[in-house]
Design a protein around this ligand. Structure first.
Ligand SMILES: O=c1[nH]cnc2c1ncn2[C@@H]1O[C@H](CO)[C@@H](O)[C@H]1O
Length: 320
């Protein structure tokens, strides 16, 4: 068997983050070597607390947690926090006891740089929140883009409406300047946008099945899923929830379940379309210079084998 892929999950837990983290811990294809935290679904301090809590639930306190940025890459403090999607505690308003463990001394960006240097080309970052920590790692060490294996980004809305407003998806909207730095950095990037994750739905019936299993993670998630289901019901009139973060995680674990295209991505950083991700397929040679033309290509997910993603997630959560 191949050596498991080393992954660092950059996360803002978050109900679908909890699903993705548990899925990773149940996946023999990957070895989780750390969690780094970021604001998004909750503020960074709470993200760190939730990350430590989830590792304690899983009995994996051997995995380090490095706390990330509390502000955007431009030092912005007016953050958009999606507690209305996940509950004020980020985990379905369950008021779990505080974790016993602590984050390591290193910042998220310093930890990312250190691990990429330690295992050049071998570490995959799965970024489930705004991209501030990743952009900071790039600024901290220009060799980061070479040393990091792959950056799988859950973010963007490619040729579809966003989920914050018609232009922007939540993670990119959270720090558009950081996102543009990351997309144009030259690193090996795979972006999984909501054009793909909105095809991957966990239904009411799937949730009932999870509730009936004895799986430790399945049981835990059924406790916290209520808020996430009611939000989707109110916002989208769906009887089910989008599996954003687990889909991105699976794109790292089992890339054969998605297809992708390649081109340059720029992020709009101002105006009413702030946070828009615009993909250029490099098929036309424009007569004039554009802000995409000289930018490196990234991979952007196009299709997903949704039934297989849902099945893989459910099977692994139930087998825990
Ligand atoms: O409507 C929304 N507004 C803000 N954040 C959302 C919404 N729906 C989901 N997410 C969160 O943002 C990421 C996907 O964009 C996911 O991590 C999800 O938890």
């Amino acid at each position: 068997m191949e050596e498991p892929k080393k992954i660092i999950i950059d996360t803002d837990p978050g109900i679908d983050d909890a699903m993705a983290i548990f899925l990773a811990l149940q996946s023999p294809e990957v070895e989780v070597i750390g969690l780094t935290t970021i604001y998004g679904n909750v503020y960074t301090t709470l993200a760190t607390r939730n990350a430590l809590h989830l590792l304690e639930v899983a009995g994996r306190t051997d995995i380090p947690v490095a706390e990330g940025s509390h502000v955007t890459i431009t030092k912005g403090t007016k953050l958009r926090i999606a507690d209305f999607v996940h509950g004020t505690d980020g985990l379905g308003n369950q008021n779990f006891p505080p974790p016993k463990g602590k984050a390591i001394e290193q910042s998220a960006a310093a930890f990312l740089v250190q691990q990429a240097n330690l295992y050049p080309g071998k570490v995959t970052v799965v970024a489930l929140g705004p991209l501030t920590n990743i952009a900071l790692a790039i600024q901290l060490d220009p060799a980061f883009t070479e040393n990091i294996g792959q950056i799988v980004i859950l973010g963007g809305a490619f040729a579809v409406n966003g989920n914050v407003n018609p232009a922007a998806e939540a993670n990119i909207f959270g720090d558009p300047d950081a996102a543009d730095i990351v997309f144009t950095s030259g690193a090996d990037i795979l972006a999984v946008g909501i054009n793909v994750t909105h095809q991957v739905v966990l239904t009411d019936a799937d949730r009932d099945k999870l509730a009936q299993s004895d799986g430790k993670f399945a049981q835990y998630l059924c406790r916290i899923l209520d808020v996430y289901f009611s939000y989707h019901h109110d916002a989208y009139s769906t009887r089910g929830v989008y599996l954003h973060d687990p889909t991105a995680l699976i794109a790292a674990v089992n890339p054969s379940l998605i297809t992708y295209t390649e081109g340059a991505v720029r992020v709009q950083t101002i105006g009413i379309t702030r946070g828009l991700t615009l993909f250029y397929n490099k098929q036309k040679r424009f007569g004039e210079v554009t802000d995409w033309g000289d930018k490196p290509s990234v991979k952007v997910a196009v299709t997903v084998d949704a039934p297989s993603v849902v099945k893989l997630l459910m099977d692994r959560l139930m087998a825990s």
